[in-house]
Design a protein around this ligand. Structure first.
Ligand code: ADE
Length: 224
């Protein structure tokens, strides 16, 4: 069953290039993935198309109003869909979560903005909150793109070869081994001899050793 993804954002054009390009476009072309981007202002009702307002209790910044967001989600939602809010205080995103999301049939992503969104949105029309990392973006639209890109790679038909998924980073909680291609010597720098040997068992051993070494250096937390 193809996966339908709806994105609700104040900045729909941020996703234009992302959706048109690369591997993701293949899944869309193959019909295994369908992404629809919606301008939140479509669901505003006043002349100025107001989507945000000042926070009750004071403070800097603006808060996304509940009315247009409730209207958008209530119009787009289907039974069993998962409604996700992108926010730095959400559950940390991971390959495991990407794979879990790729098995759903309908996802709705809400991109936040400004200082936040009215809590009633989170309490009533959001099922899950996801953060893509411990840093704050100006809005959640790029975070939605990151999540969609990562989950799309688990959808059959999006990646060319099934193989590329099994070998790479995080499938075994290790970082990747170094890759080389032709020419075997470039500006006096040679490709490691072993890779030209044709000895597949030795190559496998060498790659495993490089993975352990790299993981120990860069991400020792993954080895625990
Ligand atoms: N919106 C702003 N920063 C974010 C983050 N780190 N993850 C998800 N959504 C966000």
């Amino acid at each position: 069953m193809p996966l339908l993804v709806d994105v609700i954002t104040l900045f729909p054009r941020m996703l234009d290039g992302f959706l048109a390009e690369s591997i993701l476009g293949k899944g869309i072309a193959a019909g295994s993935l369908s992404v629809r981007v919606h301008d939140l202002r479509t669901w505003t009702t006043d002349r100025h198309r107001t989507a945000d307002d000042r926070p009750f209790g004071g403070g800097a910044g603006m808060v996304l109003k509940p009315e247009p967001v409730f209207a958008a989600i209530e119009q787009l939602q289907t039974p069993g869909c998962r409604r996700i809010y992108l926010t730095p205080d959400g559950r940390p995103f991971s390959a495991g979560l990407a794979q879990e999301l790729s098995r759903e049939s309908h996802l709705i992503f809400l991109s936040g903005h400004y200082e936040g969104i009215d809590q009633r949105i989170r309490d009533r029309v959001i099922d899950q909150e996801i953060s893509i990392g411990d840093y704050v973006l100006t809005n959640g639209t790029l975070a939605a793109a990151v999540v969609i890109d990562a989950l799309s790679r688990f959808i059959p038909g999006v990646l060319g070869q099934e193989k590329s998924l099994t070998h790479e980073s995080f499938s075994r909680s290790l970082l990747d081994f170094p890759q080389y291609t032709r020419p075997a010597e470039f500006r006096g720098i040679s490709v490691p001899e072993i890779l030209l040997s044709g000895n597949h068992a030795e190559i496998e051993r060498w790659r495993n050793a490089r993975q352990s070494e790299k993981t120990r250096q860069v991400r020792p937390d993954l080895l625990k």
